[in-house]
Design a protein around this ligand. Structure first.
Ligand SMILES: [Zn+2]
Length: 89
């Protein structure tokens, strides 16, 4: 499964979901943020952050947030672009 939709960006979908996970993904926790579910920082190519909001929503929200943030690690843009939510075929 690719986690980024084809044609969204030139460099998008560089790796499969399995390849990204096998390269290593560090899941961090930010206890002080109660507004966002999670995020990535382009300075840290293997790190994603989860918040209390994501954890309170349950296991499927946690899993969904992790997959969404992995798509960003793979090049999916943020903001109003929905590439991180659409699996590539
Ligand atoms: Zn996003």
């Amino acid at each position: 499964m690719r986690v980024v939709r084809a044609g969204v960006q030139d460099a998008a979908a560089r790796y499969s979901f399995t390849e990204i996970v096998n390269m290593g993904v560090y899941v961090n926790y930010e206890a002080g943020n109660h507004r966002d579910w999670g995020w990535t920082d382009p300075s840290y190519l293997h790190d994603i952050v989860l918040t209390p909001l994501a954890l309170r929503m349950g296991r499927w929200a946690i899993a969904g947030t992790i997959v969404h943030e992995i798509a960003h690690l793979n090049g999916a843009p943020g903001g109003n672009d929905h590439a991180a939510e659409v699996p590539r075929r």
